[in-house]
Design a protein around this ligand. Structure first.
Ligand code: NAD
Ligand code: UDP
Length: 347
């Protein structure tokens, strides 16, 4: 069902950048289900327009879609002229740590350049509310888990640094002008998919992250999982991360937008479960869901990996009344459901 602009509740009109991406598409679903009208801007660099029909199948609504790059200043200004946007959820960005090390300028240009264009267009259009996708990678490796929002920040790669710089830009803007309402969300390790299996993560090429790699081994596309290090000082020797269901994460954006309706300034929240899961524990959880063993081999450590990372989620719980609800088992069930339905790149 398509909606005419005249019918719209302006207060609930949100621009979602990167809205056809993995986390963006789930966030769009959460917003639509909460009564928001959504316009997506995405350059489809790492997603497909097919996602829009997945969103429609779930929600019964087609979000407005603008195929454009956020670095195209005129295109961004035009969106604010064409739609009665009241708030922005900014997820668009490049996200590969490895690629960022090899092509730092690409990451600074895309992530920071896009954000500067966006906030400049917001300023012109007098739109003052923005929720930004940051990452746990901004925290220093010397910070002890559980990581609270005040933990020391020291990104160790250009991707993390681009997020950290954007956080600083938003903080400085909010200091300079009290009208701004910024919410910084630091995601831990998003996995899972919408339970319908209609939207999910579609990594291009060989995945770098554990869960999509595991899924491709499970479906037979990759032969075996290489486990990076079995000699860490953790109970089973493998690294521990805070995996969070993408549907829970999506709800976090909604909670942040609602918080910003009542508060100006800059606010930050960790979005994770507050619980750590080791590589071997995740492998076991996947094996239980797919009901067969995952071929795996422990090899050397991956450079730069922190042994244990998990969030202190007290602040999000207290301020946003947000808590992750889904278990690791549910994350594996939903991710596998998506993987089985979508074995290739939007095939
Ligand atoms: P994704 O690649 O699936 O989605 C990002 C979307 O942004 C893609 O659809 C891409 O085409 C679009 N995009 C990129 N640059 C753009 C530009 N200049 N103009 C317009 N569109 C552009 O990634 P995701 O996993 O959904 O991540 C969303 C955000 O969350 C990113 O900013 C990422 O850095 C951040 N994040 C992701 C994770 C994770 O593990 N997935 C963890 C922490 C933070
Ligand atoms: N990992 C692994 N094999 C892989 C991919 C990841 O053993 O093929 C490990 C990695 O070393 C880390 C954990 O799984 O300890 C999570 O890695 P991911 O890249 O998904 O998240 P991040 O390390 O960025 O938090």
């Amino acid at each position: 069902m398509s909606v005419s602009l005249a019918d719209l509740d302006v207060e609930k009109f949100a621009l979602v950048t990167g809205g056809t991406g993995y986390i963006g598409s789930h966030t769009v679903v959460a917003l639509i289900e909460a009564g928001y009208q959504v316009v997506i801007i995405d350059n489809l660099d790492n997603s497909s327009e097919i996602v829009l029909s997945g969103i429609e199948r779930i929600t019964g609504r087609v979000p407005h879609f603008v195929h454009a790059d956020l670095r195209d200043a005129d295109a961004v200004i035009k969106i604010f002229k064409e739609y009665p946007i009241a708030s922005v959820v900014h997820l668009a960005g490049l996200k590969s740590v490895g690629e960022s090390i090899h092509s730092p300028s690409k990451y600074y240009d895309n992530n920071i350049g896009a954000t500067l264009n966006l906030v400049k267009a917001m300023q012109t259009a007098e739109v003052t509310t923005l929720v930004f996708s940051s990452s746990a990678t901004v925290y220093s490796s010397s910070s002890e888990p559980p990581l609270g929002e005040d933990a020391k920040k020291l990104p160790t790669n250009p991707y993390g640094m681009s997020k950290y710089i954007i956080e600083q830009v938003l903080t400085d803007m909010a200091l300079a002008n009290r009208k701004w309402r910024f919410g910084i969300l630091r995601y831990f390790n998003p996995i899972g998919a919408h339970p319908s299996g209609r939207i999910g993560e579609t990594p291009s090429g060989i995945p770098n992250n554990l869960m999509p790699y595991l899924m491709q081994v499970a479906i037979g596309k990759l032969a075996k999982l290489s486990i990076y290090g079995g000699d860490y000082e953790t109970p089973d020797g493998t690294c521990i991360r805070d995996y969070v269901h993408v549907v829970d994460l999506a709800r976090g954006h909604l909670a942040a937008l609602r918080f910003l309706e009542e508060a100006n300034g800059v606010h930050d929240w960790n979005l994770g479960t507050g619980k750590g899961t080791s590589v071997l524990e995740l492998v076991k959880a996947v094996e239980q869901v797919i009901e067969k063993p995952i071929p795996s081999e422990i090899i050397g450590r991956r450079k730069g990996d922190m042994p244990v990372v998990f969030a202190d989620v007290t602040k999000a719980s207290n301020e946003l009344s947000w808590r992750a609800e889904h278990t690791i088992e549910k994350m594996c069930v939903d991710h596998w459901n998506w993987q089985k339905r979508n074995p290739g790149w939007y095939q």
